[in-house]
Structures are given as C-alpha cells and as structure tokens.
Design a protein around this ligand. Structure first.
Ligand SMILES: [Zn+2]
Length: 337
C-alpha cells in the first residue's frame, strides 16, 4: 500500500508546474492528461472513438493558473490525472464544495442502509455478535478499545487491499491510466470525486474502479483501499451506536475517529490502529497539511490532533487561517442548510 501513497507525499503539495498532454477529437474537444507518460496517455485516449487525429502535444502547465480550464475538462470526463496532488490543486479552485462533498460521504453511508441491515451484514460476514461490540455508555476506554479493535481487525481482513488487478479477467499487471471524475452512472451511485481508470493488456479492457458510498455494495465487493476500509468501519460503528467522524487527510488517506467518554479517539481501519494519531507524521514520515473531520452536517479542522509540528504544517498549507476559517464556515453553512 505505502509505495503507492508515499510516492505522492514525496512530491511537495505546491508544485504547480506539471506536464500536460493533449489531443483533440473530431469535434475539436480537447482531451488531456496530467503527469502521465506519453505511452499511457496514448493508451488512455485510444478508448475514445471520436479521437481520430492523433497529433498530440505536450507542454509544461501551471496548474494553479490554469485551474479553470483543467477543472472544466475534469468535470467533463476529458482529463485524466496520474496523482492526487494535481487533482487536489485543481479541486482547491472549488475548495468549499470539495469539503462539502467529503461530508456527504458519511451522510450517504448512513442513508445507504438501515442500522438493522448493516448489523445483519456485519454479523454474517464477521461472525461477531453485534451485542458484544456495541456502544454502551460509561465503559472504560480499555473496553471501548477492545470492542473497536474487534471491528477494526475484521474490516482490515475482510476488505482485501486492491492492487489494481483487472476487474474483467483478473490479470494482475494492468496499467493505471489516472483518476477521472465519476461518470453519469457513477454519480448516480454516489461516487467520490475520483474514479480510477485502468487498461488490461491481457483482455484489452478499459475498466473503472469507482469509489462508491453504499454499505451493501462495499461489503459485497469486499476489496478496496483506505476509503473502502473507512467507509465500512464508519457504517458498522454508527450502526453499533457509536458516534464516528470521517477523517480526510489531504495526504491521500482517510480514517475514522470515535467519540468516547467525551473525547475523540483516532482509529485507522486500513491498519487496525486505535489511538495512534501521530503514526502518519512520526512513523510514516508524512508532511501533513489539511486534515478535516466530517460528520454529516459539519466539518472541522482536526490537523492539530495529528502533528507535533503544527507550525510547519501550517506553512505547508500556504493558506491563511482566516481564509481556511472562511472556507469552513461556508462549508458548514451549506451542510446545515
Ligand atoms: Zn483483463
């Protein structure tokens, strides 16, 4: 897992110049790619039948300066992006709505299944009696930890790590062709803002890996990465009576916090960690910037809970506290509206 993610973290979040490949279709519409190799770009656009003129061009582009154009291409499904950093830079143009969309994740999860059905599925797949791990008030933190770890360990083992094997034929050495905006069908099933696109050299398929927010689909699929682990854990814990919060770190990771004995506790369903909040900075070496806690109707800045080097993280953001407060206020107004 870490190789895929750490690659992005080594790249400083605010490098905005990157290679932009482009090609036009027969109607003059531009298709583009950020950070892809030339051969992967060719492989990617070959799936679009309207692209007949294959004169491609490349240039260094300033993502910040050209965000409007890039955002429009992305929203129309005509831009593919190899790494999360340029994607975030583009989406920052629309930061309020990006933040709001992340609070829609827990909202969609809760509304995707009744608590009773979620607990039935959890019990069936895990073999755990929900009554033994459910929330009860005034337990010791050790008891909460014990209960949470039973669910955390189940999520980690049940949701298999997705290593981009072909979803059509199962072949393992596929080519990742970038992240794209969800298409119409994927939007209907409430997907996150990035759908991964792959090409399989064995069966020739182009296939998509959408990141949906439906508990039944997620547990039926039973594979994914941190987002799928966290969505499943969030839904189970909520159904068990806990108060969870969905945490989005703009270093390309998500996890969950639980409100226990009047305090929030960190958990990481991809790793089965309980109360190990500094692991990302201290052990994984991540340079943290934005970390938000999302509940269905609110979002808060939780960065300070995860770093011993808060002022360095703030500098890395290159955004004033005043601007961030304004963004979060706007997002909270929309979520409460
Ligand atoms: Zn295949």
């Amino acid at each position: 897992m870490k190789v895929f993610f750490l690659f992005f973290l080594i790249v400083l979040p605010f490098i905005s110049a990157t290679t932009f490949w482009s090609v036009q279709d027969s109607s003059g519409d531009v298709y583009g790619a950020l950070d892809l190799t030339e051969s992967d770009f060719k492989l990617w656009y070959s799936q679009f039948p309207k692209i007949v003129n294959t004169t491609i061009s490349s240039c260094e582009i300033d993502i910040v300066a050209d965000r409007d154009t890039l955002l429009s291409l992305y929203q129309h499904g005509r831009l593919t992006i190899n790494s999360i950093t340029p994607l975030h830079t583009i989406l920052f143009k629309d930061f309020v709505n990006t933040v709001v969309a992340n609070s829609e994740t827990p909202r969609d999860l809760i509304s995707s299944v009744t608590k009773k059905a979620a607990l039935q599925l959890f019990s069936m797949y895990s073999g755990v009696d929900p009554q033994k791990v459910q929330y009860e008030p005034n337990l010791s933190i050790e008891e909460y930890e014990k209960r949470a770890l039973i669910v955390l360990n189940w999520v980690k083992s049940y949701i298999k790590w997705y290593n981009q094997e072909c979803l059509v034929c199962g072949y393992s050495k596929t080519s990742f062709l970038g992240m794209q905006a969800p298409n119409g069908t994927e939007k209907k099933i409430k997907c996150d803002y990035d759908t991964e696109v792959y090409h399989c050299p064995s069966c020739g398929s182009y296939y998509r890996f959408p990141r949906f927010r439906n508990f039944t689909q997620l547990t039926n699929q039973a594979f994914g990465r941190c987002s799928e682990h966290s969505k499943v854990f969030y839904t189970v814990m909520e159904a068990l009576g806990y108060t969870p919060r969905y945490i989005v770190c703009y270093c390309n990771h998500v996890w969950v916090e639980l409100f226990l004995n009047n305090a929030w506790y960190h958990t990481d369903p991809s790793e089965a960690f309980f109360n190990n909040p500094y692991v990302y900075e201290t052990h994984w070496g991540w340079k943290l910037n934005w970390i938000f806690g999302h509940e269905p109707t609110s979002v808060v800045d939780v960065l300070s809970r995860y770093t011993h080097h808060y002022s360095d993280c703030i500098k890395r953001r290159a955004m004033s506290q005043e601007t961030l407060d304004k963004i979060l206020n706007e997002a909270n107004e929309i979520l409460n509206g």
